[in-house]
Write a protein that binds this ligand. Structure first.
Ligand SMILES: [Zn+2]
Length: 405
């Protein structure tokens, strides 16, 4: 290989190695330098150098510990030093802006939930920047060194350029949110789609921790998915998404707002589910749903209590989702499938429908061992943004910036 033609090559190795060492200390600390060298498959001298830099930057610290199987003097081990650096995690969701100041252990130090600014006074971008400024000023007593800002949001975004192309409910077009916030604060800014970031959060802190191949489906006002393949989030950088909501399920179905007919979202989103139940209630006079206002909560409770209409409607969502999942199972062969949804309140009705459809329609060899479960976080809040930061530390990308001071 001609290294001259790849000026970034050595830097890339340094970054990757730093990320690997940081991740191993996070997973196995307290861990000795010798053990670290074995697990990272790096020479002891390299470990010594990387660890020295991390100690100086207050990213790791030494601690005495008893090595497993040893009865002698305590050894010197390494653990993360997580309190000296803070970051801001932001989520734009359902008309709200949640801002959480966290330290590098992902612990929340301060959290505020504000209504998302309206566009009537000034453009959304200016309002968002002002809210971030005001947050830092309000909490300046608490701030340690700031490392980064991470933002998750729905809509159409480009994670590589930080541009928000579209945001539901706003007239936003190609808003350069990442670039403007980075210029204003001098901090690296990470932006990711809400469902992709939630998928990453479950794999780092939640229900799919440690799994290498995961499909996560979110059934809410929209229907979306995130995929982890070979330990990596699919479409991590760039503009692409695992776009399942607008896959045609019924060619003769209702027209969707995207222009097509019978998209998955027209039969499996929570809005379309409630519309279907309202329609069927007119002809099913014995349903217990007549006795109360129709909400997702009352629908799920009725299903658990055995109401036929409620059960059928939720099972029908499960069959549609299962059909989509069967195709995805044949492509990705996951160990684990997670479902995040308010309909998980009726998991005992929803999950058997999803599971039976997958088993009928996917390759038996692929579907036999799949573990279908609920997401650990019912609402991820700003944990999706926290996952972006942890991922950027593990990859070494953010770590190298912190080491350079
Ligand atoms: Zn559509």
């Amino acid at each position: 290989m001609n290294l001259d033609s790849q000026p970034g090559h050595i830097d890339q190795i340094k970054q990757t190695n730093a990320g690997v060492v940081y991740r191993l200390i996070d997973l196995y600390g307290p861990i000795s330098r010798i053990e670290l060298s074995k697990r990272a498959q790096l020479a002891p001298a390299s470990i010594t150098k990387i660890v020295r830099e991390m100690l100086e930057a207050h990213l790791v610290q030494e601690t005495e510990f008893q090595e497993p199987g040893s009865r002698g003097r305590p050894a010197i081990g390494l653990i993360l030093d997580t309190v000296a650096w803070h970051y801001l995690a932001i989520r734009l969701h359902h008309g709200e802006m949640t801002m959480t100041l966290r330290d590098l252990s992902s612990r929340s130090l301060v959290e505020e939930i504000l209504p998302l600014p309206e566009e009537t006074q000034q453009p959304l971008l200016a309002s968002l920047v002002n809210e971030v400024d005001a947050f830092f000023i309000r909490h300046q007593q608490k701030l340690e060194r700031l490392t980064a800002i991470a933002i998750t949001l729905p809509g159409l975004i480009n994670a590589a350029s930080g541009v928000v192309h579209r945001l539901p409910g706003y007239a936003v077009q190609d808003m350069p949110l990442g670039e403007v916030l980075a210029a204003r604060t001098g901090l690296p800014v990470f932006i990711q789609h809400d469902i992709s970031a939630w998928t990453l959060a479950e794999s780092l802190f939640g229900a799919s921790h440690g799994a290498q191949d995961v499909i996560q489906i979110v059934i809410d006002e929209t229907v979306g998915a995130g995929v982890i393949s070979g330990g990596q989030l699919l479409h991590k950088r760039g503009r692409a998404l695992v776009e399942i909501g607008h896959t045609q399920i019924d060619p003769y179905g209702k027209q969707c707002y995207c222009g097509n007919h019978g998209c998955l979202e027209t039969v499996a989103s929570t809005g379309s589910l409630l519309a279907l139940v309202t329609q069927r209630l007119a002809s099913q006079l014995d349903s217990t749903l007549h006795q109360q206002p129709l909400t997702l909560e009352s629908l799920c409770s009725a299903a658990i209590a055995g109401d036929r209409l409620a059960c059928d409607a939720i099972a029908s969502v499960g069959h549609h989702i299962g059909r989509m999942l069967a195709m995805m199972v044949n492509i990705f062969n996951p160990q684990q499938i997670l479902i995040g949804s308010p309909l998980n309140q009726a998991a005992e009705v929803l999950f058997p429908a999803v599971s039976s459809t997958i088993h009928q329609q996917a390759l038996p060899a692929y579907s036999a061992e799949i573990n279908l479960a609920t997401t650990e976080f019912r609402e991820p809040g700003t944990l999706g943004a926290a996952a972006l930061i942890k991922d950027a530390l593990y990859s070494g990308y953010l770590l190298v910036k912190l080491l350079q001071g």
